[in-house]
Design a protein around this ligand. Structure first.
Ligand code: 5GP
Ligand code: MN
Length: 337
């Protein structure tokens, strides 16, 4: 067993009240790993609670059913009480404390033990036990592997398996990214053996689009997509930029632009895609790439972000125009070997 998994097992057996948290704007892997770990620990007889900075997109919200999850943005006082009564905090699917938004101060001031289970590059050093595997497809896969190594897979049931399936599916682009290995598929096989209907989970995640969402995507691709290689062949990059007014025109809801940046990468010859969105809290950037182009260092160096080699995010304090100009002046750096 890896030394960190031994420490994880010890901390799990020595703690009494667990609090699970994940990052803001939680995606499928965040929601899936938080709810799966909740059910796994419950099945082992532990006292567990889940706290999220804000609510997820509607197509993945049902995976939190049964977890009695609290959202900090709508219930700050109750969340603060939960932090006071817990003795072990388990962070999932984030590498930097800033990723939890307004919950940050509660993590920093937490008086009990901290565990972090994550697969992003360069995790910050704030946990007593860090389980980090940047090669792992998803935090959900990592949670499964931890329970396997600890000899605790008897806690896995259909409810927790369904949640792990959500995170592995969404973080692998439905099993197509290089992070997918034979191990990933073996884990999926064992989740299906737990009795989940994987085809129903796919329908729930991917066949729940609203008309507004589809029309926003159509608008973004037909009107707001710029391909830099048309004028500069050495820059196989596309970007989409969406202002607040445009998002509002299509009645934007959380999750509506999820996956949009990947459609840029589906264009023949394109190796990097950037989605720039003007949100209430400022300009949010999403980077995706393939082959020999890596976006995490670029996002970290220039756009206050980070993430994975082929999928990273960040933000910009500038206006949309200034952000795009900066991006265009720096983007060639992605192609310096
Ligand atoms: P997305 O573009 O889908 O928001 O994020 C892509 C990946 O980058 C995700 O794994 C996400 O956790 C990470 N990421 C997104 N935004 C940020 C950020 O502001 N800081 C860091 N460190 N990672 C981010
Ligand atoms: Mn993830």
């Amino acid at each position: 067993m890896l030394p960190s998994v031994t420490s994880l097992k010890q901390l799990l057996s020595n703690s009494h009240r667990f609090l699970i948290i994940t990052h803001k704007s939680p995606d499928g892997d965040a929601v899936g790993s938080a709810s799966a770990l909740y059910f796994l620990l419950k099945n082992l007889g532990c006292q567990v609670e889940v706290v999220l900075p804000d609510s997820p997109a509607p197509n993945i919200a049902s995976f939190l059913d049964g977890t009695d999850c609290l959202f900090y943005d709508s219930n700050p006082q109750l969340v603060e009480q939960r932090f006071k009564s817990a003795d072990c905090l388990i962070g999932l699917d984030f590498n930097a404390v800033s990723r939890v938004g307004d919950l940050q101060h509660l993590i920093v001031n937490f008086e009990g033990k901290r565990i972090l289970i994550d697969h992003h590059t360069e995790p910050e050093d704030f946990a007593d036990v860090l389980i980090s595997d940047v090669k792992c497809s998803s935090t959900c896969q990592l949670v499964y592997e931890c329970f396997e190594e600890m000899g605790m897979l008897h806690a896995l049931d259909a409810r927790s398996a369904r949640c792990l399936y959500l995170g592995i599916t969404t973080d692998t682009g439905s099993f197509r990214f290089p992070s997918v290995t034979s191990k990933t598929h073996k884990i999926i096989a064992s989740l299906i053996e737990c009795g989940i209907d994987q085809w129903l989970i796919h329908q729930e995640i991917f066949d729940n689009n609203s008309m507004d969402q589809l029309q926003l995507r159509g608008f973004a691709i037909s009107e707001k997509l710029v391909l830099l290689n048309r004028s500069t062949p050495s820059l196989p990059v596309g970007y989409i930029w969406l202002t607040r007014t445009e998002l509002e025109r299509f009645n934007y809801q959380p999750g509506d632009t999820e996956g949009l940046v990947n459609t840029i990468l589906s264009i023949e010859g394109i190796k990097a895609g950037v989605l720039i969105q003007e949100k209430k809290e400022g300009i949010k950037m999403s980077f995706r790439s393939k082959d020999d182009v890596h976006v995490n260092q670029f996002a970290k160096k220039y756009f206050n972000g980070g993430g994975h080699v082929y999928a990273a995010g960040g933000h910009s304090p500038d206006s949309m125009d200034v952000t795009i100009s900066r991006l265009l002046s720096l983007i060639h750096e992605l192609f310096i070997p």
